[in-house]
Design a protein around this ligand. Structure first.
Ligand code: CA
Length: 235
């Protein structure tokens, strides 16, 4: 597991490096945002410990740029903030950081946080198969098949486009969660999306036609006025 430490204060950078090296991680250190982006390109670290206040490019900017890069694996980002930077924390997380730690922190606290984040990444890799079942649907992510469940145990495959399949899979993996159009776009198109977020409505309409008994009065994909959409499927 490779970790990139981005911190402009040498003592703190050294403390982090010592702590994580002792934990068995291989660490690189950058003291500016630009240097961090360079090392990121070369080494593709699994986790980045990113100080918020950096000279030049700050932590938020670095975070945003890293999230925009088309890489094979997305690194985990642990943001370091100074006490009292409440607003910055929130922005940091919405920028794409996975967690944050407030300075000053103890080496133990840091090590625990890093282990927790990396465990999360291992869990994702290890998931052997992904099949979601609700009372009316089965979505098999590995085989890329979505089916409607009949009265008995028969299953009727749904004829969905890739986008419709991904949309249904997104909904079904977080039942009851309200998704804004922007969140759905991020999930389905990632950074490749340019255009009007109303395009989501078009795909929702098509998916409803395929899965709803009465598309005009949807029972599964519900509109949440002013917010977006959510999926519900109860017996
Ligand atoms: Ca700093």
């Amino acid at each position: 597991m490779k970790i990139l430490i981005v911190e402009d204060e040498p003592e703190i950078a050294q403390l982090i490096q010592q702590t994580l090296t002792r934990e068995g991680f291989s660490c690189s250190v950058a003291s500016t945002g630009l240097e961090a982006l360079e090392i990121f390109e070369q080494q593709q670290p699994d986790l980045i410990i990113l100080d918020l206040m950096l000279p030049g490019l700050d932590g938020l900017e670095v975070c945003t740029r890293i999230r925009q890069k088309p890489t094979s694996k997305d690194p985990y980002i642990l943001m370091l903030t100074a006490r009292g930077e409440e607003i910055d924390r929130v922005i940091g997380l919405s920028t794409g950081a996975d967690d944050y730690l407030v300075k000053p922190f103890s080496p133990r606290e840091l090590a625990a946080r890093v282990r927790a984040l990396l465990r999360r990444s291992l869990r994702q890799v290890e998931q052997p198969s992904q099949v979601y079942r609700t009372p009316h649907f089965i979505v098999d992510l590995d085989r890329h098949i979505a089916s409607r469940r009949g009265a008995e145990s028969e299953e009727e495959p749904l004829d969905l486009t890739t986008l419709e399949f991904n949309l249904l899979a997104t909904f079904i993996s977080y039942p009851g969660r309200v998704w804004s159009r922007t969140q759905l776009i991020d999930k389905l198109w990632g950074n490749d999306f340019f255009g009007d977020d109303r395009v989501v409505d078009t795909h929702i309409r098509r998916l409803r036609k395929k899965i709803e008994p009465d598309p005009a009065n949807p029972t599964f994909i519900k509109t949440v006025v002013g917010l977006g959409y959510k999926f519900e499927d109860e017996k």
